[in-house]
Ligand binder design. Structure first.
Ligand code: SF4
Length: 460
């Protein structure tokens, strides 16, 4: 058992994340004081006194654990959620992509493949994003309901009856009306609109129509560049629903297979088959959207690298404009975490093969990485990458992942973020994630927004 004592380190979270890349949680403990451990097989590791820089401390732990375990994690000492943002900051300072690559590899210890992935993603983003008007915000609307709950789900997704959904929508409409008034008062306008979840297409045709109608009536969409609805689960997609969405001007939808393997879909708690996914794509094609995104997950239970690649091939055949490859993150709130505490740690090698082979296949098929982020508890501590065919990239994803736009998030689980560009800082204003509490406390949620976003003196 390793015991780590992170003496003189203020933020221990990042060091803890680094240790997790090397060791299963059962093999170590973070201790609060320098105990003299006499337990057999127990090893105390502390930061030497001459180290007083965070990255230096991380490099020290990295080298030590590399020596002890023989492992060399691909992301090196990078533990943050936004490696592309960090690379952008280094590029700004050094004015050199080559120098940035060297820094990523020599100072952050990433592999060459990860440094290239970060820099390719950054370069593709530069082609899409223009200088941001500070009054342009992103609006996110959360519908926290799904037909069933996937075993890895840690989102506020719920199964609810129609009456409850109606109560939820009533509260949501109140928030929409408040936000739209305040946007007008501030002179802010949405650059992108995103209805996500959960699964928004679980709403009845009437509710879906009413929600989008209200949104478009209340919010000034004259400068809107992008409107996405996450159709998500193929088992909620019908021609009529997609037609409603399309007729209101939605240009981008997501149909998220996660896997094209029937056994896996059953195992993860979905009640649809691969043929339903293909059917959903056919319907979407008939209705005609500019962009369809398909999500796929690497590291699902029971899947081999070959299964993953077969699924990816199946999805590429459907030719969506965006393909987002997620690495399974087994969060605390998920059923999978209850079943297997060390799931993320044990899946590492298989996931590496899936992601490497997947990235080559996507590249050969014309898809380019355009946004990237990492999460806690990801299998093998890898990454999520959004790929796109040229000129079809999702602006909402780029801006919100890079944390360089104010996002006003409505609904249960919505986390608004106010962006302060001068200070390179984000302030978070969360709504409660439980939909019942959200309904009950809708006035508090509105007050939070008033105090945290709209009443502030500074202009974003
Ligand atoms: S579709 Fe997404 S939000 Fe819904 S249960 Fe599955 S993982 Fe959770």
């Amino acid at each position: 058992m390793y015991k780590f004592y992170f003496n003189r380190v203020k933020n221990r979270y990042e060091l803890n994340e680094l240790v997790r890349m090397f060791l299963p949680s059962s093999a170590y403990e973070i201790v609060d004081e320098e105990i003299d451990s006499h337990e057999p097989d127990s090893k105390l590791i502390r930061i030497p006194d001459d180290i007083d820089d965070k990255n230096q401390a991380k490099r020290y732990i990295f080298n030590l654990l590399k020596e002890h375990t023989g492992l060399k994690p691909d992301w090196g000492i990078l533990t943050g959620v936004r490696p592309v943002k960090l690379a952008g900051e280094i590029i700004k300072k050094t004015n050199s992509i080559q120098r940035t690559k060297e820094i990523l590899m020599n100072e952050y210890y990433t592999t060459e493949a990860k440094a290239d992935l970060i820099l390719k993603t950054w370069e593709n983003q530069q082609r899409v994003i223009t200088d941001l008007d500070k009054k342009a915000v992103a609006i996110y609307i959360g519908i926290p309901f799904c037909p069933t709950r996937c075993i890895y789900c840690s989102f506020p997704s719920n199964q609810a009856n129609e009456a409850t959904i109606k109560d939820y929508l009533k509260a949501l409409y109140k928030e929409i009306e408040y936000v739209s008034r305040e946007l007008l008062n501030k002179g802010w306008y949405p650059e992108s609109l995103y209805i996500g979840g959960g699964t928004p297409t679980i709403l009845s045709d009437t509710d879906l129509k009413e929600l989008i109608e209200l949104l478009l009536k209340s919010i000034d969409t004259s400068k809107l560049k992008e409107f996405t609805v996450e159709a998500g689960r193929p088992d909620t997609i019908t021609y009529d629903k997609l037609k409603i969405i399309k007729d209101f001007g939605v240009g981008r939808i997501c149909i998220n297979p996660q896997s094209m393997k029937e056994d896996t879909l059953k195992r993860i708690g979905r009640n649809h088959k691969p043929s339903d996914i293909i059917q959903a794509f056919k319907i979407a094609e008939k209705v005609g959207f500019d962009v369809i995104n398909a999500d796929l997950i690497a590291g699902l239970p029971g899947e081999s690298p070959m299964d993953f690649i077969d699924s990816l091939r199946g999805i590429i055949r459907l030719r969506p404009e965006n393909i987002t490859v997620h690495t399974l993150a087994v969060k605390r709130a998920s059923k999978l975490k209850e079943e297997n505490e060390e799931y993320s740690y044990n899946k590492g090698n298989k996931v590496r093969t899936m992601l490497d082979n997947g990235s080559d296949l996507l590249d050969d098929s014309g898809y380019r990485p355009y946004y990237l982020y990492r999460q806690k508890q990801m299998a093998g501590n890898f990454e999520n990458v959004g790929y796109s065919l040229p000129a079809k990239e999702c602006l909402f994803n780029i801006r919100t992942i890079e944390d360089n736009q104010t996002i006003v998030a409505l609904g249960a689980g919505g986390i608004s973020k106010v962006w302060y560009p001068e200070e390179n800082r984000i302030k978070r204003i969360p709504n409660v994630s439980n939909y019942e509490i959200y309904i009950e406390r809708i006035d508090d949620m509105i007050e939070r927004k008033r105090d945290g976003i709209f009443a502030i003196e500074e202009d974003v």
